[in-house]
Design a protein around this ligand. Sequence first.
Ligand code: TGC
Ligand code: FAD
Length: 390
Amino acid sequence: PDLFQSPDYYLLDDLLTEEHKLVRDAARAWVKKEVSPIIEDYAQRAEFPKQIIKGLGEIGGFGPYIPVEYGGAGLDQISYGLIMQEIERGDSGVRSTSSVQSSLVMYPIWKYGTEEQRQKYLPKLATGEWMGCFGLTEPDHGSNPGGMVTNFKDMGDHYLLNGAKMWISNAPFAQIAVVWAKNEEGRIHGLIVERGMEGFSTPETHNKWSLRASATGELIFDNVKVPRENLLPGKSGLGAPLGCLDSARYGIAWGAIGAAMDCYDTALRYSKERIQFDKPIGATQLQQKKLAEMITEITKAQLLTWRLGVLRNEGRATTAQISMAKRNNVEMAINIAREARQMLGGMGITGEYSIMRHMMNLESVITYEGTHDIHLLITGMDVTGFPAFK
Ligand code: TGC
Ligand code: FAD
């Protein structure tokens, strides 16, 4: 019973199958045992806890929906979402590692790769024996990745890759990078770049106040010779990386609920125990307003996201629907983290509680995978037909 403190105000468990609940419970138990006790320390030291990689693979954190024949867990989109929710209840940076590996590395290899590429990479990525990263963002092209300047030339027996990527999760320790670059005609393609290739380096980005337990870095390509067989042939154009983002953003929509639940749980418990003016702060109207609004927003986000999962299982979810859920849920979580932090008073700023870490992490989550503004503009474009980006 201790495992199930998480709010389920509208009895959403009734909408889940036995498999969904088993998958979620296993992820929740693992996060509670292996992530929560150590993560604050790693975040304070700005270090990624590499020892959790194997366990992340075992709970289905790497490629939950990738078919079993390639080492994935073969689960549906709701299970995928629930795993992300539970991981992010622990830490957004750990969920980032899982999102990148699953949706930004395994997904493109599975969807756009050759059978040889699938066999070579997917099983090792599913266990975490190999880790991957995804290079789309560049120093001068973040929200507008279509403007990228990283490029490759066809040299006959190989491609010659030049350019740089920035803000890349997992880059400092990944064995492989799925890199998006333009060919001589300016068409975007995905290439698998492997650590050890001459001219390829991955310097780490330091001094982050957010996502400190996740390693972020650059990808630098200085005349890197990439074998021809490392090009992903199945899809080209900006739609190829954007297709991966659909899957990752969907996972983030669920993940943000996990971070919000942890903040809510913590604040609720604290409000019952903390006595001021001879009564629990939870007995005051102001603190009840905060808690009531939190549980309302979490419940709305759960319903939105569960429905989106059903649509994804049916292959009917649109990019704009995913943007709406990512945008809504991350804002919901960051607002809850800020309110919950205040409810803990001075204790809220310490590492004794997880809230301030969630709050700072969510500043990255609201920026990456499309900023809050970009997702609003995607919704705006969807309802009006006018792209306001350009
Ligand atoms: P636009 O002209 O709209 O589209 C270009 C082509 O792509 C097609 N397309 C899609 N295809 C598949 N799936 C989607 N979701 C698609 N969205 C668009 C589109 O049909 C078109 O195809 P074609 O054949 O006509 O060429 O492109 P645009 O340049 O106007 O850009 C639109 C915009 C702004 C929405 C897009 O660039 C965008 O989403 N920008 C945000 C960038 C972003 O999200 N970057 C994330 C980097 S990865 C990351 O942050 C990882 S964080 C780590 C973690 O996950 O934890
Ligand atoms: P910009 O695009 O420069 O945006 C700056 C501001 O301008 C934002 O507020 C934005 O909303 C606004 N803006 C931009 N365009 C418009 C417009 N047309 N109209 C109105 N406002 C606009 N990328 C990867 O490829 N792989 C990764 O693994 C990865 N991991 C990341 C990890 C972390 C911790 C962080 C912080 C980022 C990561 N990113 C990654 C990069 C992330 O996707 C980008 O930071 C994000 O897409 C925004 O790009 P930018 O930082 O260049 O901001």
